[in-house]
Design a protein around this ligand. Structure first.
Ligand code: SF4
Length: 359
């Protein structure tokens, strides 16, 4: 098979022609391209698919329509609107970043790569996307979709998480990024990755750049990008305690601001070998009825670097010395009214799916 050499101008032309007809133009962050909405969507879209992000984005901008409303909001409320999207450090950085932009830039996003990248949670690709989409500046992006397209187009070997491979991809991304129509081009290459050059089963037969694609020429597009070298993820096991009082309320504890589920409400937890009645008594000042103990099936929750095995146990609380319950870090949560609060994802799942025992 002959491959047609690919110049940036040819690539841009083929892509823009395809985008005009097939691109996604109705995404809610594209109808009003303010830097705030572009930034918010880019942060939400990290490691998360468009169809998952859309309802979160819509609810978020309804509650926090501007960078000022977001900066002024309590972090607990921001986390509540984020709960379910995962990677909560993103929400905390988002909030700090909004406060920095209000304090240092009077609420206006800076317009240089360096200044944007100096803000919390904004990497090179997000900074490029803000410049391209909101300000029409010729800045390249390299998100997951774009990495996949470029790896295949150039049959780029090596896992893109490796510095030299990533640098090679940035160089290609910059060469292809046009000076004009940069917002359309950027959306087009993202859409090509999402709609045509998909992770599995790329639709090469209808791809607008097929005749320039080296991976296609090698009859094996899915060989690219090279996958991350496999490591066996370690497993950690914990007990999560559903401590229920007479009013059918469950005790929740706020997680520390940093670490997993930082700042979110979660269930009390302990090791599998802990003496549960003693633990509950000494840590929370509550006396459990040991005969009321009920064990649910084990749940597995994946993190990027380990698997968490959660062993949920429910216990009824007889008496509680309430001074131990500090409402900033401990609350009794009504399981029948389920007021919206920022819950860790597995806790939300446990509370909404488990048939809690009334005992
Ligand atoms: Fe991706 Fe196939 Fe298009 Fe190559 S030809 S860019 S592998 S969809």
């Amino acid at each position: 098979m002959n491959i047609t050499p690919l110049s940036p101008a040819t690539f841009q032309r083929s892509l823009l022609r395809w985008f005009k007809q097939h691109g996604r133009k109705q995404l809610p962050w594209k109808t009003d391209r303010s830097p705030y909405r572009i930034w918010l969507s880019e942060i939400m879209l990290q490691q998360t698919q468009v169809k998952t992000v859309i309802p979160y984005f819509v609810r978020f901008v309804e509650r926090f329509p501007t960078i000022f409303t977001l900066a002024a909001a309590p972090i607990d409320e921001v986390l509540q609107y984020w709960a379910g999207l995962g990677y909560y450090a993103r929400a905390r950085h988002l909030h700090t970043c909004a406060q920095r932009i209000v304090a240092d830039y009077q609420g206006e996003f800076p317009r240089t790569l360096a200044a944007l990248q100096a803000l919390p949670g904004i990497g090179r690709s997000t900074a490029g996307a803000i410049l391209a989409f909101a300000f029409g500046e010729a800045a390249a992006i390299l998100d997951g979709n774009v990495k996949r397209v470029l790896c295949r187009l150039h049959a780029q070997a090596g896992w893109p998480g490796l510095r030299p491979v990533e640098e090679a991809l940035w160089k290609i991304a910059e060469e292809y990024t046009p000076r004009h129509h940069v917002a359309e081009y950027t959306q087009a290459i993202m859409d090509l990755g999402a709609l045509i050059c998909k992770r599995t089963q790329p639709a090469c037969a209808i791809c607008p750049v097929q005749k320039h694609c080296l991976a296609y020429q090698q009859f094996d597009p899915q060989r690219f990008p090279t996958p991350k070298p496999k490591t066996n993820k370690p497993t950690r096991s914990i007990r999560m305690l559903l401590l229920m009082n007479d009013r059918k309320e469950i005790l929740l504890e706020k997680r520390p601001a940093s670490g997993i589920w930082g700042g979110l409400w979660s269930l009390p937890e302990c090791s599998l070998t802990e003496d549960i009645p003693h633990f509950v008594q000494t840590r929370y000042g509550c006396q459990p009825e040991t005969r009321s103990l009920f064990a649910y099936s084990v749940m597995t929750h994946p993190f990027s670097h380990f698997q968490l095995k959660i062993h949920p146990i429910q216990l009824r609380i007889k008496k509680c010395s309430t001074p131990a319950v500090d409402s900033r870090v401990l609350i009794w949560y009504n399981t029948e009214q389920l007021t919206p609060i920022a819950l860790a994802a597995p806790v939300n799942k446990l509370l909404s799916t488990l048939p809690l025992q009334t005992m």
